[in-house]
Design a protein around this ligand. Structure first.
Ligand SMILES: C[S@@+](CC[C@H](N)C(=O)[O-])C[C@H]1O[C@@H](n2cnc3c(N)ncnc32)[C@H](O)[C@@H]1O
Ligand SMILES: [Zn+2]
Length: 280
């Protein structure tokens, strides 16, 4: 098994190929992007940023890192890895992008499960520099990039697989960067995901999303799979991390947050949907 950094990157300003020149990536027009000391590259131009510090905060990233590294979502990662094995099929080399990779848990576990003789070129991208920094510190084999799903710094038709896990899919971009026949592996929260936590922090639960089963243009659905289990968190810190890594912390009322923060333990339903789409 070999993991290598994905190389077919594009300038986020003009789309032309980026070449490695000493400690930078440079396009033919002369746009230059420094590789940070920790090994990641910032490819989110200031003019395309919607806020000064977009994406997940440092605290959210740290909470997610502790929670995921404790193994609480391992069955979801296993399902992703099983689906990713199908991307190789008859070939022994494939390229992967994790679009909205967070602190890189799923990519690290994917990289560790590849078979002998399989080669993966891997790119992890997130709009949060805190997430990418945490990811780069934990794994040196992967190309880590600060960038946006809305304007992927990737050349067209280069990828075999895009992972979008609890993320923000931008399908026309995924379609542009995938090879024909390439796959999206998408994981979303199902209707019962963390229901018990939501019941504690909200006075009333919102109805399920109506667009859940829509199939994006330019893709066909290869299959859906549900990952459902009951998860018991046995201490207050783990409950606090779960709350901090989801958008619920910000949406909850002060009373709801206090109720959750007082919990010594919590049993929640994990309900995730993994869908596989193929670029037609
Ligand atoms: C719920 S987290 C999931 C992170 C990771 N996939 C995981 O499951 O651990 C969503 C992630 O999407 C990132 N994000 C938000 N908007 C984005 C965008 N436009 N492009 C890329 N990433 C984005 C956030 O910074 C955050 O890390
Ligand atoms: Zn350029």
């Amino acid at each position: 098994m070999t993991i290598s950094p994905f190389e077919a990157l594009a300038c986020p300003l003009d789309g032309s190929p980026l070449q490695r020149v000493e400690g930078s990536l440079r396009c033919e027009t002369g746009h230059n992007f420094d590789v940070a000391r920790q090994g990641y590259v910032h490819l989110l131009p200031v003019q395309k940023k919607r806020s000064l510090d977009p994406g997940d905060s440092k605290e959210m990233v740290a909470a997610r890192q502790r929670f995921l590294n404790a193994g609480h979502y391992e069955p979801i990662s296993d399902a992703v890895n099983h689906a990713a094995a199908g991307v190789f099929q008859a070939k022994n080399a494939a390229s992967f992008l994790d679009a909205g990779c967070g602190e890189g848990y799923y990519i690290r576990r994917l990289a560790n499960t590849l078979d002998e003789g399989q080669n993966a070129a891997v790119l992890g991208l997130d709009i949060s520099k805190w997430a990418v920094l945490a990811a780069a510190k934990q794994d040196k084999r992967v190309r880590w990039v600060v960038g946006s799903n809305a304007n992927l710094p990737v050349l067209p038709n280069e990828l075999d697989c895009v992972l979008c896990l609890f993320g923000f899919p931008v399908y026309h971009e995924f379609q542009r960067v995938l090879k024909p026949g390439g796959q999206i592996l998408q994981v979303d929260a199902g209707p019962d995901h963390l229901r018990e936590l939501r019941e504690i922090i909200y006075p009333e639960l919102k109805p399920d999303r109506p667009d859940r089963d829509a199939i994006p243009d330019g893709f066909q659905l290869l299959g859906s799979e549900y990952v459902r289990y009951s998860l018991t968190l046995t201490n207050q810190d783990a409950v606090a991390d779960l709350l901090a890594m989801t958008p619920h912390l910000y949406r909850a009322s002060a009373e709801g947050r206090e109720r959750a923060e007082a919990l010594e333990s919590l049993t929640v339903t994990v309900d995730a949907v993994l869908r596989r789409f193929e670029r037609t």
